[in-house]
Design a protein around this ligand. Sequence first.
Ligand code: GLU
Length: 377
Amino acid sequence: MNPHRTGDGFTQAKRLVVKVGSSLLVDADRGTVHRQWLESLAADLARCRARGQEILVVSSGAIAVGRRYLGLADGHLRLDDKQAAAATGMMRLAHAYQEVLAHHDMTVAQVLLTLDDSENRRRYINARNTLLALLRMQAVPLINENDTVATDEIRLGDNDRLAARVAAMISADTLVLLSDVDGLYTADPRQNPDAVLVPEVRDITPEVEAMAGVARPGDGTGGMVTKLAAAKIAVAAGCRLLIANGRELHSLRRIERGAPGTWFLPRASPRTARKQWLAGSLKPAGALTLDGGAHAALKRGKSLLPAGVTAVEGRFLRGDVVIVKDPSGTEIARGLCAYPADDARLIMGHKTSEIEALLGYRGKDEIIHRDDLVMNG
Ligand code: GLU
């Protein structure tokens, strides 16, 4: 990618997460949605869709929209006030997105997440599956933090990082943070007239961190420090991240046409990063042994079906990592098992079409999907 053509990275994205900051979307004094701005975003997203890009939106603004309706006009809000404001604001926000996207025949689906959902394995799997299902069905997930249940201890607090976690969760290749700054500067441009925009960052070194400065009070959400934290999460997951200015109408189209911004570039693709994570960082909780046919299928890059499993060892839950063994008992792969151990024992050796009758529910066709599988060596 040519570093000075921000548009290339954007138009090449296959699975794109766009994060919209409150200040772009909501008139803080009146607590209303900037309708024209949102309409221009919807039109830009429709262009992305027409190019075949998958789109997810992480939007802030629930609190800013909701507070006025509850008479929480000015000043700093307590946590429970914010939660109440988000509860009434989120539906209004979602409604606004629904209306503008409907003009382009796009269906929006509201997904509220907490930090827990990206850290707890079971909930992570559920959230990932739901988001991937929505993308398959061509809906646009509209994601925000679930402020009602997210108390201080489990609160992420800023949607920059939430967006990065979402991008990592669904193996997105591109995350755009639309904010009210052009990108990362070598110093704070408000204080230093010599500060210049950094177009591309390949390593988040201490020098880069120093450019972002220190978080000032009141900067807790949305400052450059949280954007850098988001960039670290994203690039570790193989996702490139762009910080760009979203103040003008049609900001995504502007990016396409080369508006300034800062790209943070990963070393690996999302697929490789996910496989590395799978191979290295999780402790296996059990094992599946395969028959010869399944072993051969896996070597050809196929998923593992229940029919090819001859033994299940250990106690594990859905989404846990298991070792995969060939018929002689040698470890050949690791993967995330789509069924808990007890259910895996019930369905092993059986056809996929029998799963529902055996378990009483219809789970995944594959016991380990190939995206959740990493072969040794
Ligand atoms: N979840 C908050 C809201 O929608 C926003 C958090 C943030 O601005 O980063 O109002």
